[in-house]
Design a protein around this ligand. Structure first.
Ligand code: PLP
Length: 449
């Protein structure tokens, strides 16, 4: 990368003057001006290059600027940049076909949205209309999007400022063996007790009032808590028993992230509705959607579905999805995530955990991993308090600064760092990133005790 600090300064100045950033106190942020990106790397205007261990916001599953996807977007732009959603359009039809071919079970109809949050909004609307029931059950330690219904379904502090209290959402505890709410000592206990807790919640809320249970197949931003064997199958059974629609949110876990096309495939579970976004086209053009089961699609066979978007199935976004799915299939991207997750990332992180007292837990699969940083391995006290800001968050800020200093852009959320590189990252890139994390964890070790 050629340094060009003057352009960088102008980009930064205009950003600071006019761009209003997500989830931020506008005067307290300092966004890096990015000059370019390719594959697993991006660089700034000073010529500093970073290995992206975040995949953007966990969405560039095939890395930046994949030439085949860029070419497909250019071709589609030249041929038909846009077209209204009521028409049958080649890129849209083909994207829907390729997605439906890969989604589990009979999730064979695709409703396209602009991203993940609106996919969740529509999945919930479909479930309410299908069942004629009002409520949604969702988990604490979850994220389902920033729009009003989706953020109310969310189970983390991002909900609090927008909590309407009337959104028809009831939260419950999903399994999390490392920080068990159920005093469990084994995964089996955690699974059984979490299911018992969910069934009791259903009983006391009233099964006839519950339209849907929505879960991230593997919760993402909330901490990559891979569910114990049997949990998702147990939830499926409860949904069947009580006539509740089972929604899996695969916005983050889908499209190769876990080393399968969908995380649901890891657990052999088939939901009634499944949301996706991000990895569907590596985020090159905004796109999300809901994959719909036969039974729910039938509800809207003769009766109109009361929902839509101007850009539903936008041809440019769909062409990017077709090319991305083709690239993933041709280049074995899903297999790469599974293989290197098991042979390089998992063992590498476990080895770091052995040497660094600040690492309390390592969990994940594929290219979807979390390190939980703690002050004390015995008590599992988090390295920073829940939802810490400012001075209280200094240890995590110091960790992140050390990683960046070493040339790795880390994903940091509360007391965790997530290792979520592109699903086509090479073994050499992953090892390079792990070596930098090693040094950054030594900084975090300084706050232990
Ligand atoms: N659901 C999950 C599981 C997510 O991780 C996200 C975003 O991170 C969303 C929904 C919201 O997606 P979007 O930001 O595209 O609206």
């Amino acid at each position: 990368p050629q340094p060009n600090p003057e352009v960088g300064a102008a980009v930064k100045a205009a950003d600071r003057a006019h761009v209003f950033h997500s989830w931020s106190a506008q005067e307290l942020i300092d966004p890096l001006a990015v000059a370019g990106a390719e594959g697993s790397y991006f660089w700034d205007y000073d010529g500093r290059r970073y290995l992206d261990f975040t995949s953007g916001l966990v969405y560039t599953n095939i890395g930046y600027q994949h030439p085949k996807v860029v070419a497909a977007i250019q071709e589609q732009a030249a041929r038909m940049t846009t077209f209204a959603p009521a028409f049958a359009v080649e890129a849209r039809s083909e994207a829907a076909r390729l997605i439906a071919e890969r989604t589990p079970g009979d999730l064979d109809k695709i409703f396209f949205t602009n991203g993940g949050a609106d996919a969740v909004e529509h999945a919930v609307r479909m479930a309410r209309l299908h069942t004629g029931r009002p409520k949604v059950l969702s988990a604490y330690r979850s994220y389902h999007g920033g729009t009003q219904q989706a953020v109310n379904i969310t189970g983390d502090p991002r909900r609090w400022a927008s909590d309407s209290g009337t959104a028809g959402v009831v939260h419950f505890w999903a399994p999390f063996p490392y920080r068990s709410r159920f005093y469990a000592e084994t995964e089996e206990q955690e699974c059984a007790r979490a299911l018992e807790h969910l069934e009791t919640t259903i009983a006391f809320e009233g099964p006839s009032t519950i339209a849907a249970i929505i879960l991230e197949t593997i919760p993402g931003t909330a901490g990559i808590m891979t569910p114990p064997a049997g949990y998702l199958a147990g939830v499926r059974e409860l949904c069947d028993t009580y006539g509740i629609v089972f929604v899996l949110d695969e916005v983050m876990a889908g499209f190769g992230r876990t080393g399968k096309w969908f995380a649901a495939d890891l657990y052999d579970v088939v939901p009634d509705l499944m949301t996706f976004a991000k990895g569907v086209n590596s985020g090159y053009v905004p796109l999300g959607g809901v994959a719909i089961s036969g039974a729910i699609a039938e509800t809207f066979g003769k009766r109109p579905y009361p929902g839509g978007l101007t850009y539903s199935g936008h041809p440019l976004a769909c062409a990017a999805a077709v090319a991305t799915i083709d690239v993933m299939a041709e280049e074995g991207v899903v297999e790469n995530a599974a293989r290197l997750g098991e042979s390089v990332v998992g063992p590498g992180l476990r080895e770091l955990a052995e040497r660094h007292p600040c690492v309390g837990d390592v969990r994940g699969v594929g290219m979807f991993w979390a390190l939980e940083l703690v002050r004390d391995r015995e008590t599992r006290e988090p390295l920073v308090p829940y939802n810490a800001a400012g001075e209280a968050n200094a240890p995590m800020a110091a960790f992140a600064a050390a990683a960046k200093e070493g040339g790795v852009w880390p994903f940091v959320n509360m007391n965790r760092t997530h290792v979520v590189p592109p699903c086509n990252a090479s073994e050499a890139e992953l090892k390079e990133g792990l070596a930098v994390l090693d040094a950054a964890l030594s900084v975090a070790d300084g706050y232990v005790g």
